[in-house]
Design a protein around this ligand. Sequence first.
Ligand SMILES: [Zn+2]
Length: 114
Amino acid sequence: MKYFKETEFNNFKMMDKKLLAMLDNMRELYGYPIKITSSYRSPEHSIEAAKQEPGEHSYGAAVDIVSDGGGKTFRLVKAAIEAGFTRIGISRKKGFIHLGIGYPGAPAKTIWTY
Ligand SMILES: [Zn+2]
């Protein structure tokens, strides 16, 4: 990757290669550093275990990144869409954006809030 170190992911080997390429491209489009707060989560991770089915993070098909809201969130979401992300979750309360590329059975194109 051009902009991210493997150590920025908690388990780089488990990350989807397509997502990594898209994330690098998004970073290029955005033009500023992007901080990853969550990446791969095993199905046993407390957040995943609490769900009916493990989510996108357990497929290595999603990351959460820091976003403080306002114009920054707009520019991050814009870059994410331009880079091809089609599953975007925005948390204003916790200050992050979820970026996903999907997994079997997940809606292909969606934006949600937390
Ligand atoms: Zn997430």
